[in-house]
Design a protein around this ligand. Structure first.
Ligand code: RB5
Length: 149
């Protein structure tokens, strides 16, 4: 089986958590594609949401992880891109439901809002949970359809 790829990006408010989670990926059977930021300097989260959206569109990664301080700005930015379904999650329940029901292709976390172990749990659950399909596929299709209206 080919190894799947997770694209990761954050602003300065998420870099610590991004670094911590990137170290978990090989143990979870995933490859990481780190799109920055690379240091503590202040940067603009919409730029990193855009980089990740482009990587997913180009097929360079299967799923994405975005982190900013609260998770709010970068999730708003990511969801401006029509092919992105980004879910801001705070616990394992949210991580599971966003895959099962929403087919979320981007997990969003707040680097300043959740602790490292909860974040690790969110990532593991997100990567291991499949989309349930069925009636949820119809609703997810409606998201794209309504986005075009
Ligand atoms: C940066 O200070 C902070 O505003 C950003 O990381 C994020 O929380 C925005 O939503």
């Amino acid at each position: 089986m080919t190894q799947r790829t997770l694209a990761l990006a954050s602003d300065h408010g998420g870099i610590e958590l991004k670094t911590l989670l990137a170290a978990d990926l090989s143990g979870l059977g995933w490859r990481g594609l780190d799109l920055g930021t690379d240091g503590p300097a202040s940067v603009d989260y919409p730029d990193f949401a855009l980089k990740l959206a482009r990587a997913l569109k180009a097929g360079e990664a299967d799923l994405g992880l975005l982190i900013c301080g609260s998770g709010i700005g970068i999730s708003i930015a990511a969801n401006r891109h029509a092919h992105i379904r980004a879910a801001l999650v705070h616990d394992g329940y949210g991580a599971r439901m966003c895959r099962l029901h929403n087919d979320a292709n981007v997990l969003v976390l707040g680097g300043r809002t959740i602790g490292p172990e909860v974040a690790r749990d969110c990532l593991r659950v997100f990567l291991e949970t499949p989309f349930e399909g069925g009636r949820h596929a119809r609703r997810v299709a409606m998201l794209s359809e309504y986005g075009e209206k």
